[in-house]
Design a protein. Structure first.
Length: 248
């Protein structure tokens, strides 16, 4: 788990920048559309769609925008067909990087992602080259202003795997299929989340410093600025001061 909070911190800093809001909405609309296409438009019967809609609402996406995205996914409105995929590679210092994509033109996206890696001292790998270094888990981050014992009790009673005190926040870890039940149980008790998502968590981390740390941050930033990139995960561990200098 070490290092995950740091990357969450980067995303929060980036997400707070108004200039990024359009890109955030673009990615959320894609996720809602694909989730509705795969599992239908019923939020109660489609946990992936419900999670995407909750995230969109948290980002103040207009209701009609959300509804249009769902209708495009279910076929009630015409829309673009997106392909999901994962690309794997190595960042500066040989750290592992996983990139989740959602695109209507895979050839274009592969070329763009490869360019990002090359520009920032990384390299694109083959399928399976780094995936084994990550576990897919549900992750719910909660401010440390909440009561830890209460969170711990509710989370474990509803199927959570672990609850950790990460300093500035508490992190509730679940298996992906237990994520919705744990999140909903916490929400019903009035507990507010800093973030709640199914994500990829590195099994171990690799510390980066100096130029390599800066290159890694720029690589992640460039990847996440690409409209076809939904998420970026890494096992790099970078000091908070370096993150603050770049995204503060």
């Amino acid at each position: 788990m070490a290092g995950h909070s740091k990357w969450a911190n980067i995303k929060h800093r980036k997400g707070a920048q108004d200039a990024k809001r359009g890109k955030i909405f673009t990615k959320l609309i894609k996720e809602i559309t694909v989730a509705a296409k795969i599992g239908g438009g019923d939020l109660e019967a489609n946990p992936r769609l419900r999670t995407a809609v909750d995230k969109a609402k948290g980002g103040n996406m207009p209701k009609d925008t959300i509804e249009r995205a769902i209708k495009k996914g279910t076929g009630d409105l015409d829309g673009v067909s997106y392909e999901e995929g994962t690309m794997e590679g190595y960042g500066p210092g040989g750290v592992a990087v996983m990139v989740e994509i959602m695109t209507d033109n895979r050839t274009r996206t592969v070329a763009d992602v490869r360019h990002c890696f090359t520009k920032h001292n990384g390299s694109l790998g083959v399928d399976g080259s780094v995936a084994f270094l990550f576990d897919r888990k549900g992750l719910i981050a909660i401010s440390n202003e909440a009561d830890f014992d209460t969170i711990f009790e509710i989370a474990l009673e509803n199927g959570a795997e672990d609850v950790k005190d990460e300093g500035e926040s508490y992190e509730v870890i679940t298996e992906p299929n237990e994520f919705t039940a744990v999140r909903d149980a916490l929400a019903e008790q009035g507990i507010e989340f800093e973030s709640a998502e199914v994500t990829m968590i590195p099994q171990n981390t690799v510390e980066l410093e100096g130029k390599k740390a800066e290159q890694m941050l720029k690589l992640m930033d460039m990847l996440e600025d690409n409209d076809d990139v939904q998420n970026v995960y890494t096992n790099a561990d970078i000091d908070d001061d370096v993150i603050a200098e770049l995204f503060g």
